[in-house]
Design a protein around this ligand. Structure first.
Ligand code: NAD
Length: 416
């Protein structure tokens, strides 16, 4: 049977599995399984050569029953409305897994940032944000960075919003530079949260993290910092990769050197002391822990049987398909699902938003300590749910999250 790799179809399939366990009634299911609001915008931008290019962008709010929508904005040539809809749904479940008072949203623009100048990027970012402004705001929907967007992108968005409303609004986006109301620890938060869940998984599986071999696909914000933090606690990073390919050294490589090499040359490929491998080969390496930290659908029915890792921590959103999930479960792989494993980012985004609203900022050790508490509690609750319902960790995380959103929806009642 051929697998449907449409991310929105996949997110609905995952939803249905959890809804069956929760025995949600048909009406509530229909409310929760589709986005509340989807906005499609055209973004005309004057390019450096004087021509005008019209980009297409999206902002989707999946559910706001538990609080304002929250979720990143992605710039990538393959962005589609269905991808953004799936990512928005995952955000709604993610904020509920870690039990922070947000709903779920996501945005994206179809573009290739590697072919754009900084000023073109700034003009596109500002016009995109202006176009989605009617549904954005610190009490409505608070964007954050995702693939190929960063703290600078967030600063332009914050400025665009502030110029429009006539005052400086710090709480409208998170993942901002620390000099502009950003939070200490936000840049590392996704990877740090992922580390905490890996530590808990190792405890449950009685597997030492010290000396464990780790392979990481994707070497951006999530992947490169995960490599650094895992290395710091004694794990052995044996392989890393980016769009241009991967590098491997079974005896371990130094992530700091890999980060410097990528800064200089644009890729991890060519890192001294390593051999080159393809991205697909990296996933199948003999290792204890595999961290997909790039794109969706990289572990599918095609390659799941070849995976040798004992723990998979999904730093990326949607890297494993439902058919692959079943194969991995049969193989005994312990999978930390995206809505748990990468929830550290949105958790510290929540801390950033709280600090912005109070204009009172915390030190990094406070942020990290609070993050650790949230992530370890979420892991415990997901693990307990998995034992109670006898399901794998992904379905357990969905049951926990969708149950919370369903409760909020029921108690609020149907308007009008
Ligand atoms: P990023 O733009 O910083 O980095 C992306 C990395 O992936 C780059 O190193 C790029 O070279 C690599 N990459 C792209 N296509 C690839 C491919 N086909 N094969 C291998 N590598 C490839 O993005 P990021 O913020 O690190 O996001 C990565 C993933 O983590 C995404 O799925 C994102 O949704 C998820 N995530 C990020 C955050 C966050 O706070 N940044 C939070 C939660 C989830």
């Amino acid at each position: 049977m051929k697998e449907d790799l449409n991310p929105f179809v996949i997110s609905q399939l995952q939803f249905d599995r959890a809804a069956d366990h929760l025995k949600l009634d048909a009406g509530l299911r229909n409310v929760l399984r589709r986005p509340k609001r989807s906005l499609i915008v055209s973004i005309p931008v004057r390019m450096d050569d004087g021509s005008v290019h019209v980009f297409e962008g999206y902002r989707v709010q999946h559910n706001i029953a538990r609080g304002p929508a929250k979720g990143g904005i992605r710039y990538h040539p393959n962005v589609s409305l269905d991808e953004v809809k799936a990512l928005a749904a995952w955000m709604a479940w993610k904020t509920a897994v870690v039990n922070i008072p947000f709903g779920g949203g996501k945005g994206g623009v179809i573009c290739d940032t590697r072919k754009m100048s900084r000023s073109e990027l700034e003009r596109m970012t500002r016009r995109f944000f202006f176009e989605i402004l009617p549904i954005i705001g610190p009490d409505r929907d608070i964007p954050a960075p995702d693939m190929y967007t960063n703290a600078q992108t967030m600063a332009w968005m914050m400025d665009t919003y502030s110029m429009t409303v006539g005052y400086s609004s710090l709480g409208v986006v998170t993942g901002k530079p620390v000099s502009l109301g950003g939070s200490e620890g936000r840049n590392e938060a996704t990877a740090r949260g992922c580390l905490f869940t890996i530590q808990e998984a190792c405890r449950v599986k009685r597997m030492p993290l010290k000396g464990a071999k780790v392979a990481i696909q994707g070497f951006g914000n999530a992947g490169s910092i995960a490599a650094r933090l895992l290395h710091q606690v004694g794990a052995k990073i044996i392989a890393v990769s980016d769009t241009r390919g991967g590098v491997v050294n079974p005896r371990g490589l130094d992530p700091i050197k890999a980060i410097r090499h990528k800064e200089r040359s644009g890729s991890v490929v060519g890192l001294p002391g390593t051999s080159r491998i393809r991205n697909e080969e990296l996933l199948e390496l003999k290792c204890e822990i595999l961290v997909p930290a790039a794109l969706e659908n990289v572990i599918t029915a095609q390659n799941a049987a070849n995976i040798k890792a004992r723990i998979i921590a999904e730093a990326a959103n949607g890297p494993v398909t439902p058919m692959a999930d079943e194969i991995l479960t049969r193989k005994g792989v312990f999978l930390l699902p995206d809505i748990l494993a990468n929830a550290g980012g949105v958790t510290v985004s929540y801390f950033e938003w709280v600090q912005d609203l109070q204009s009172f900022f915390w030190e990094e050790h406070e942020v990290n300590a609070k993050l650790e508490k949230v992530m370890k509690r979420a892991f415990r609750e997901v693990h307990e749910t998995s034992l109670k319902y006898r399901v794998h960790m992904r379905t357990a995380a969905s049951i926990l999250a969708i149950g919370r959103v369903a409760d909020a929806t029921i108690v609020r009642g149907l308007f009008p």
